[in-house]
Design a protein around this ligand. Structure first.
Ligand code: BES
Ligand code: MN
Ligand code: MN
Length: 483
């Protein structure tokens, strides 16, 4: 095994020596605007995929681009790579997953530097404020985090002339736009994926600055769009106001009925499959939860904004409770000035964050039935299912989890990593579990104030360094295990 001739310290030293070049490599990747949801960026998305495959090849890993989708509806390519591990390898087969696509950078005017012209900014000061960081779209979600893995692989390759474990690597190009072609791709490559023992993903965050963590659960998502149609034409609001339903008024009333006075979702059956979390887990999180009201200040609100489902604190509401949110609402006159109109229709984007064991398709169906039961007089609904993903939970006591804890401990200088959850969603986690029985280690390096999906997204260099070191150590830890 590589580790008998090469010590991990040598590889860690190599990662450190490569640091400046590694950061420059990441900046190059960030300059490619791989916005997957917008077809105008199709060519750039492919360029970003090729960039990633080329870096994997430099680390001695056989990588190529795999086409996805159908002839009529082609998708973005998946970066697919495999490495057999050292000769005589008997450890587990690792699947590494990440995504190279990014969210649209809008609204552009709020960026302090252009989203695809990455810059390195100095620390804002000492303490719990943004430190030295890379600012660009995709800096932390997820190119910067994938880069920490790429640099670890490179360091192993350059030091030991091989990667210590057997690996399959999937870097997806459609995560930010719903992963429409991922499940099919995975099923077409079933034989390889069935051989994998554990998946590793770096696309989540830490507990805080200098507080490394492993995430044991992501929420699921069901995303819908609804349109309420009323008259077959726009109407003068003086002639028709008060005489027939206004779809904006009616839509607003229907949406408002989605929550009761305890801020619980009112759709019958919505909570039926929700798995209660043991009180012991909730007790263990209590000390963390106390910081939450203070965190509201960071987003410009007072602690009186600490509201949500009755009976649960803010952290529980994020990690272990399902929610419903309206993500967009539109219709009527939205131009400058005043126009007295009763529009023909109004629309909204309505999504649900789900927890185990909720099923996104089932929730979407329940919502649709509920809507039909709440159809305003004379109106009709148009309904679109934008998909989503299952929630994913990982047993916190598994040997793989222990290996990840050790790796983070080594990389971070001994500090005991926390086991946390996140309110965000990574659809592949639930899919791998459901389709291949595969568990995932979510080892992420983001921070709460990284402005993920927002203008001025950042990745702090300390987080980048911890990521590189952790992946070096994690490969070593996993290679020593029995599958
Ligand atoms: N990396 C994020 C998920 C995430 C966000 C994890 C924040 C931890 C903290 C991922 O790229 C993402 O944005 N997922 C989407 C879901 C997807 C179906 C568009 C999300 O959570 O909205
Ligand atoms: Mn992500
Ligand atoms: Mn994202």
């Amino acid at each position: 095994m590589a580790t008998t001739t090469t010590s991990m310290d040598q590889v860690l030293e190599r990662v450190r020596a490569n640091e400046q070049a590694g950061i420059q490599r990441l900046l190059d990747w960030l300059r490619i605007p791989s916005v997957s949801t917008d077809q105008a960026f199709k060519g750039d998305v492919r360029k970003a995929a090729q960039w990633c495959a080329d870096r994997l090849k430099e680390a001695g890993i056989d990588a190529s681009l795999k086409e996805t989708g159908t002839k009529d509806k082609p998708g973005h390519p998946i970066v697919w790579a495999q490495h057999p591990g050292p000769k005589g390898y008997t450890g587990p087969h690792i699947l590494f997953y990440g995504h190279y696509d990014v969210q649209p950078p809008d609204p552009l005017n709020l960026w302090k530097s252009p989203p695809f012209e990455p810059v390195i900014l100095p620390a804002d000061g000492k303490g719990d404020v943004p430190q030295e960081r890379i600012v660009a779209r995709g800096a932390v979600d997820d190119k910067g985090q994938v880069a920490t893995f790429l640099e670890a692989a490179r360091a192993w390759h350059e030091t030991a002339n091989e990667i210590p474990c057997k690996m399959t690597i999937i870097i997806e190009g459609e995560e930010e736009s719903g992963s429409a072609n991922l499940e099919r791709f995975c099923n077409e490559n079933k034989s390889a994926l069935e051989q994998c023992d554990i998946c590793v993903i770096s696309d989540t965050g830490m507990l805080g600055r200098g507080k490394p963590a492993i995430t044991s659960g992501v929420r699921g998502l069901a995303y819908t769009e609804i349109k309420l149609h009323a008259a077959d034409q726009d109407l003068h609001s003086g002639m028709w106001g008060g005489r027939c339903p206004n779809p904006i008024n009616e839509l607003a009333k229907v949406i408002a009925q989605l929550w009761d006075k305890d801020r619980r979702v009112t759709i019958p059956g919505f909570y039926d499959d929700v798995q209660d979390v043991p009180q012991a887990d909730r007790d263990a999180w209590a000390p963390i939860a106390r910081d939450y009201p203070k965190m509201l200040e960071k987003i410009g609100m007072g602690s009186d904004a600490n509201v949500g489902e009755k009976g649960f604190n803010a952290l529980e509401r994020e990690w272990i409770r399902p929610t419903c949110d309206c993500n967009g609402i539109y219709g009527g006159y939205m131009g400058e000035g005043a126009k007295t109109v009763i529009p023909a229709w109004a629309g909204a984007k309505v999504s649900f964050r789900l927890v185990a064991n909720q099923d996104p398709a089932k929730i979407t169906k329940l919502f649709r039935t509920w809507l039909d039961d709440h159809t305003p007089p004379g109106c009709r609904w148009e309904f679109h299912d934008h998909g989503g993903g299952f929630p994913g939970n990982v047993a916190s006591q598994s040997p793989y989890m222990q290996a990840a804890m050790r790796a983070l401990g080594t990389a971070g200088g001994g500090a005991d990593p926390a086991i946390i959850r996140t309110g965000g969603s990574i659809p592949v986690v639930g899919m791998l579990k459901g389709d291949f029985g595969l568990d995932t280690l979510l080892v992420g390096f983001g921070l709460d104030d990284d402005r993920v999906h927002s203008p001025n997204e950042k990745f702090e260099l300390d987080c980048y360094r911890l990521g590189c070191r952790t992946h070096v150590a994690l490969m070593d830890e996993l290679a020593r295990m029995k599958p």
